[in-house]
Every structure is written in C-alpha cells, then in structure tokens.
Write a protein that binds this ligand. Structure first.
Ligand code: ADP
Ligand code: MG
Length: 202
C-alpha cells in the first residue's frame, strides 16, 4: 500500500528531477515556445516541496491536492493550471484514505489525466503533455516501470508531430522536428513515480 510518505517522496523526487532537467526543459521550449518551461516548473515544484514540509498533510489525497493547488498559484504559463489540475484531480479521486493501492492510484491518475484533457482540449497526437500522460496511464496495468517507459517513448514520439495546442501550435509546420517540452516534463513526473515505487519495495 502507498501511504502519505510515499506521495511526499514522489513529489520530492519530481522536484529534484525537474531541478536537474530545468535547463533541458527550457532549451526544448526555445524553438517551439518561449523558453520558460524549465524555470516555470522548477519554481512550481520548489514551492510544492516547501508547502508540503510546512503544512504536512497526512493523506495521499491531501498531499496531491495541496501540491496541485500550489502549482496553479505559482507556475505562470499553460503548464501550471494543467499540471495543477492533474495533481488536484488525482488527489481528489484518492479521497481521504490513509493508504491507497497501486490500482487505486492508477485509476485516480486516469481521472486526473482526463481532467487535463478536458481543461486543455488536447487529444493524443496534438504534441502536448497528453502524449506522455495517456500512454503512461494506459500502461499502468502492467506496472509503474511500464508506465515510465511508455511516458518516455510518448515524449520522444512527439518530435515528428505538428503541434495543435498551446504556444507551439502558432508555429504550424515549423513545430515539426522538436520534442515537446511538456511531454518531456510529464515523463519526468512518471519516472519519479516509478522511482518512488521501486524505493518503497511495492
Ligand atoms: P507556456 O506555453 O504558457 O509558456 P509552458 O512553457 O510552461 O507554458 O508549458 C508548455 C507545455 O504545456 C507544452 O510543451 C505542452 O506540453 C503543454 N501544453 C500547452 N497547451 C496545452 C494544452 N492545451 N493541453 C495540454 N498540454 C498543453
Ligand atoms: Mg513556455
């Protein structure tokens, strides 16, 4: 079972990974965006870990809900409300249980990803974070390592696509040939989840 400490470790691992990869995320956001994705997310996840330390919520649902709210209020740009919605809605779906199963988390993440699709209007193939998140939740039935691999493959597979949502879509065909920054950061979030699972021995 996955407890509050597990979810805290997931958020901490994500923050560390985003900090390590911030320059790369911003570099990916240069040719097809406004070169702020790494700094946006680094600011957001730094605020998430600080808030989790201060408020110390004690259930998985409360941790993700608080993290999501924090992202919405600290990340400028499209990705803040989208990632904020992902975590908030996943957290709400987990309810008030002290521990959740991997299956419950998989189901809750599906709800969170659906909420991101509703909010942003992006479908798979539009060259957004959805292209990493949807394959990840689809693969969760085969375990967290499979979800991680699917997210990474999904991010890489955005390169030949033309963007149909977000800032990159303004470039039309010129968005082709670049990996999407948001799909890349989404694969970091899922990789951190898989790492947290491995560390917990689930
Ligand atoms: P901004 O584009 O406002 O500068 P960021 O650079 O932080 O915001 O994030 C850009 C990323 O957000 C994109 O690479 C894409 O993956 C994601 N994104 C943008 N618009 C949407 C959308 N409508 N639905 C899903 N993801 C989106
Ligand atoms: Mg940007």
């Amino acid at each position: 079972m996955l407890d509050a400490d597990f979810f805290r470790r997931w958020m901490t691992a994500t923050a560390a990974s985003v900090a390590r990869e911030a320059e790369r995320l911003t570099a990916l956001d240069s040719p097809i965006g406004d070169a702020d994705h790494g700094s946006n997310l680094q600011r957001g996840f730094t605020a998430v870990t600080a808030t989790l330390e201060k408020e110390a919520p004690d259930t998985p649902g409360a941790i993700l809900t608080l993290a999501g709210r924090q992202l919405i209020s600290t990340v400028g740009g499209a990705s803040g409300p989208l990632y904020g919605t992902l975590l908030r809605r996943t957290g709400k779906a987990l309810g008030e249980a002290a521990e959740v199963s991997a299956e419950q988390l998989a189901e809750a993440l599906r709800t969170g990803v659906d909420a991101v699709r509703t909010l942003g209007g992006a479908a798979p193939g539009d060259k957004t974070m959805i292209d990493a998140l949807v394959p990840a939740v689809d693969a969760l039935g085969d375990g967290f390592a499979a979800a991680r691999a699917a997210a990474e493959e999904g991010a890489v597979a955005t390169t030949p696509l033309q963007a149909r949502k977000g800032r990159a879509s303004y470039l039309g065909e010129r968005s082709i040939g670049h990996q999407d920054p948001g799909a890349t950061s989404a694969s970091l979030l899922i990789a951190a989840l898989a790492e947290a699972v491995e560390a917990s021995g689930e």
